[in-house]
Design a protein around this ligand. Structure first.
Ligand code: PBG
Length: 330
């Protein structure tokens, strides 16, 4: 058997390559901080910034010029309270930002809104707290989530992405959107989201870590999934599909390739993976130390997500990867 015959020349290798990363696959996350002037680099995520309301449009414009098709927005408001009021305000930070992007760039780029409460609550958990259970109250959080979805929809969001891991969230949001004239708006559910240590740098960027409190847990294990569970991971996504999710998601990505593959084998819906903050920071840290080649490792990781079954990738590498893809690198 001679398998090397097809590996000897790069044009033949290209001809038989099974998976290519393209700019159409990529979604760039953007952090917008109220009251910030200009932009501020996140120390645990070199190359990634919090943007002020005066500067995030430049970042969106750069994404458009690179051929990236969508951004996902995260807001860091000044006001944090027990129920995440800023997220429910039609003139809140994310609503304002969505409106600005859509007014400026129309449909040159899709705007996806992360729908959660951890950036908006003083305790840093993903919804309203039930003091008896000492965790997020599912029912109360569904009610405010429906309100947040309508705020995002009214502002002009192109897709809503609930990330709080509440039960019945997709059904609740679908009904709320349909009853308010937004039947056309798709839902990308963070359907299988694990309670992962890979989110550390994101919580610096979004200023959303659960606050130390003797009464509340410091992690999200009471609502996000146990990283050890595979059958439950599939169940989570299949339930969201049944409830009406248009796109499913696995998060994190790199240590969860088996889950990506398993879900893809069991659904006909598009599958997104979230290449999360800690995965980005590990690659950056190693490359800044001169231990690995940043570009090659990044392209290998992103292409491997596609091989595993991902159709769409949310990644902090999106701009770097698009620059390479546009130069013909694979
Ligand atoms: C909000 C949310 C989180 C991420 C995206 N949306 C983190 C969390 O659960 O704290 C993590 C993204 C990343 O690490 O890049 N619930």
């Amino acid at each position: 058997m001679n398998l090397r015959r097809l590996r000897l020349k790069s044009n033949l290798r290209d001809l038989v390559r099974e998976n290519y990363l393209v700019t159409n696959d990529l979604i760039m996350p953007i952090f917008i901080k109220e009251g910030l002037e200009g932009k501020k680099e996140i120390s645990s995520m070199p190359g990634i910034y919090q943007f002020g309301e005066d500067s995030f449009l430049d970042e969106v414009n750069e994404c458009i010029e690179l051929g990236i098709k969508a951004v996902i927005l995260f807001g860091i408001p000044k006001l944090k309270d027990s129920c995440g009021s800023d997220a429910l305000d039609e003139d809140g930070l994310i609503a304002r930002s969505v409106r600005k992007i859509k007014e400026t760039f129309k449909d040159k780029i899709a705007v996806i809104t992360d729908l959660c409460f951890c950036e908006y609550t003083e305790h840093g958990h993903c919804g309203i707290i039930d003091p008896k259970l000492k965790t997020v109250d599912n029912k109360a959080t569904l009610e405010i989530s429906a309100k947040q979805a309508i705020v995002h929809a009214k502002a002009g969001a192109d897709m809503i992405a609930p990330s709080g891991m509440m039960d019945n969230i997709v059904k609740t949001l679908r009904e709320a959107l349909d009853n308010n004239g937004y039947e056309h708006l798709p839902i990308m559910s963070y359907s299988t989201k694990f309670a992962s240590a890979f989110y550390g740098p994101f919580r610096d960027a979004a200023e959303s870590a659960p606050v130390a409190d003797e009464f509340l847990p410091k992690d999200r294990k009471t609502y996000q999934m146990d990283i050890a569970n595979k059958k439950e991971a599939l169940l989570e996504s299949l339930i969201d599909e049944k409830e009406g999710a248009d796109i499913l998601m696995v998060k994190p990505a790199l240590a969860f390739m088996d889950i990506i593959h398993l879900i893809k084998e069991n659904t006909l819906k598009p599958l997104c993976v979230y290449n999360v903050s800690g995965e980005y920071s590990m690659v950056k840290a190693a490359s800044m130390n001169g231990w690995i080649d940043y570009n090659s490792l990044m392209m290998e990781i992103l292409t491997s997500f596609k091989r595993a079954g991902a159709d769409i990738i949310i990644t902090y590498h999106a701009k770097d990867a698009a620059k390479l893809i546009n130069k013909g690198v694979k």
